[in-house]
Every structure is written in C-alpha cells, then in structure tokens.
Ligand binder design. Sequence first.
Ligand code: ZN
Length: 253
Amino acid sequence: MNHPVIFNISIGSQKPHSGKQPVCPFCQPESLTNILEQREDMIWLMNKYPVFAETEPTLIIETAEHNSGLSRYAKKKLHDVISFGLEKWDVMEHDKRFKSVIYFRNFGPNSGGSQRHPHSQIIGLRDYDYRDNIDKENFLGPIFHEDENCYASLSSYPICGMGELNVTLKSSGKPDTFADTIQTIARFILHDFPIPCTSYNLFFYHLRRIHVKIFPRYTASPLYMGYRITHVMDSDSEQHMMNILKSNKYFGD
Ligand SMILES: [Zn+2]
C-alpha cells in the first residue's frame, strides 16, 4: 500500500484561485518565472505552488486564450497541445529522480482545478508509484470508437465512478486521432452525459500502453467515498449512452 502524499496546507492557502484574483497569472506570460520551454503560445514551467511534498510539479499553459479549452480547440491547436504534453511527460518519465510521473488536466468548477485558464499538470513523484493503485482492468469495457491510432471504451471496472471513458493509444499509434477522440469525448461529457455535467478531468496513465481517462465530475457517490464501492450504470442506460456516442453527432460516420 502506498503511503498518502502530504499536502502542504500553508502553501495551498497562498495559492491564487480564479475569481479571487484581480488578474489571471497565466494571461501575463512576461511575469512567469522558471519557464522550462516555450513553443508558440504553449509554456511549460515549474508550478509556483508545490503543495504536494516530495514532488516536482510542472504545468503547461496550453494557450494564450483564457476562455478557450480542450473541447474548443481547432484541430491543429488540439494536436499541438496533446503532442506537447505527451512529449514533456515522456521527458519527465525518463528522469531518474521520479518513481512515476502523473499528467492530468482539469476543466470546470467541479474538477478540482483552481485556474480557469487552460492548462495541464505534469508532476514527478519521487517516492510514489501511482500504478500501484491502478489495474489494467480499469481500462477495459465496451468499445465505441476505434481508428488506426487508438480505441475508446466505457469502463466496466472504473477506478472511481460511473461513466469513466477511456482512450488507449495503440502501440505504434500517433497522437493526432488520439487527441481528436479525447476532444470528442470531452464534448460529449459537457453536452450529452446522462447526468448534467459542467466539469471533467483527463488523467493519463502509462502502463504497458498509454491510456487516458476522461472522468465526468459530478458529486461523488457516498458508497465510493466511504467504502470504495464503485458502480457502473444499468445496462439500458449504458446502451443508450453508447448509442449516442456511436451516433453521427460524435463517433458515427
Ligand atoms: Zn488567463
């Protein structure tokens, strides 16, 4: 069993939060420090607020446009953002200081993110392997989309809750349609998920393959919170959701 990661509350309380700050820090690139790399308007930098102990927190500001977002990016922008993220994640995964590296992104008020401005986080964990908490079964389930680079499924064994959607990058797959698939699922969650949803997270995992989970965020089930009992939806609802995903609005031809 992994020991819990320590959250430094005093650093957390200094951290600015959208809505409580006069200006967005990511809208002022000239004031940013500890930049690791800049490519067009994407900036990879150290996170100023290292709230988790024994970690190396970095973040990627994805765009100069504050009100944009993954579900709104034009194709080229989307591909650039996902490729840049995968590339920097790979760089950190090759850094011997880390036992594992997590890569994720938040969107919306219930996603746990504190900044509206589109960004992702890549965090090196010095003595924690997140893969100890994950099983390969967590990425299995009925498939609703497949192309030359990736396939997408609805989790039959979710990590946390109902409606977790997975995209798996094939072994020699390229990131472009992988990114397109992620974006289409993000749109589905915001517009047609059976529970109204304004928020989601993306979580990337590197087991034998690279997977991403798109987690719709709604109030978590008490069964999960108290007992770690996960649930999946009834078969009629699942079929209905799969039909929408396979329709022309999303993954149909
Ligand atoms: Zn901003």
